[in-house]
Design a protein around this ligand. Structure first.
Ligand SMILES: Cc1cc2nc3c(=O)[nH]c(=O)nc-3n(C[C@H](O)[C@H](O)[C@H](O)COP(=O)(O)O)c2cc1C
Length: 286
């Protein structure tokens, strides 16, 4: 039976660069694969309402929209490829909107854990990708998938990524990684020793924090080379299967914690109840 590659597209543009990239990657896959596609911006995926019901007994988001359609497709897929364009220096917001519903992933931990995944960040202007790659890396890690690689590709017009911009080579590289995993000889770019992330916050006193897994550590320069050493903190979100389970249990435990402390919390909240004036739309005429 064919394996299923789920292409998750964060672009509203039909036949745009994100879509073409995933289709090319699929064509480069070795073996017997089928390609399924979801275009997040055209789906009705509403904001998380912070009700935490997906973490409780029923294990499903109660909102009646397209979220569970995508989640089910993801659960059934054998691998996934995430592609999104840069919009104003970050990934198109449809990716985050889906991810914000991600407490629902914990109910499917066994099927999602270590599902092979790769990502591509598309940007129209070289160097103006902002945090798009980080958003995509974070999306893949928080899907609980096995992140096998991601790249930034430049091209503004639909199809431009395949006109001498290295797009096809990148698709071939990521297709290879999706099937066989990341090669041992990683690039020389300084990376987080815990998760491989390549985006950091520099903190006072030579400290550093990985923006992908939140591990903290130190950096030094030796012989003109930057060295980074990070160690996992006490509350990792996705580094191991046990971490994920522990975090889900911790979240579930917050319900009891809330019930235990609700009087104390209510006193804090009430003090602010009447402060400020809300700007809200008038009810619309039908
Ligand atoms: C609203 C909007 C904002 C954009 N912002 C950026 C940006 O900050 N940096 C950049 O390099 N390209 C930016 N672009 C260009 C797109 O990333 C580029 O056209 C890309 O190829 C679109 O991918 P798609 O064809 O998959 O939609 C922007 C495009 C739009 C429509």
């Amino acid at each position: 039976m064919s394996k299923i590659l789920l292409g998750i597209l964060g672009s509203p543009r039909r036949s745009g660069n994100s879509e073409l990239f995933v289709k090319e990657l699929y064509r480069r896959l070795k073996g017997d694969w089928r390609l399924q596609l979801v275009r997040l911006p055209e789906l009705d995926i509403r904001p998380c309402r912070a009700c935490y019901q997906c973490l409780m007994e029923q294990g499903r988001c109660p909102q009646k929209d397209d979220f569970n359609l995508v989640l089910d497709a993801l659960v059934e897929a054998d691998a996934c490829a995430v592609a999104a364009p840069t919009y104003l220096l970050s990934a198109n917001a449809s990716l985050k909107r889906f991810l914000d519903r991600g407490l629902s992933f914990y109910a499917h931990l066994d099927k999602l854990w270590k599902k092979p995944a790769v990502g591509v960040a598309i940007a129209g202007i070289e160097g103006l990708e902002g945090s798009t790659k980080l958003s995509i890396d974070s999306f893949i890690k928080l899907l609980l998938a096995d992140h096998r690689g991601s790249e930034v590709i430049y091209g503004a017009l639909p199809g431009e990524i395949f006109l001498n911009n290295g797009g096809k080579d990148a698709a071939a590289r990521l297709a290879e990684r999706l099937v066989h995993g990341a090669p041992q000889d990683q690039s020389k770019v300084p990376a987080c020793s815990v998760c491989g992330g390549d985006t950091f916050r520099f903190l006072p006193e030579g400290k550093i924090r990985c923006m992908l897994c939140s591990s903290a550590g130190e950096y030094q320069t030796r012989g003109g080379e930057l060295g980074i050493r990070t160690t996992a903190g006490e509350h990792p979100l996705f580094l191991s299967y046990e971490d994920v389970r522990r975090h889900a249990d911790w979240l579930r435990g917050m319900k009891d914690e809330f019930l235990r402390r609700r009087r104390e919390l209510k006193a804090v909240v009430q003090e602010y109840a009447q402060v400020g004036e809300w700007v809200r739309p008038e009810p619309r005429q039908q």
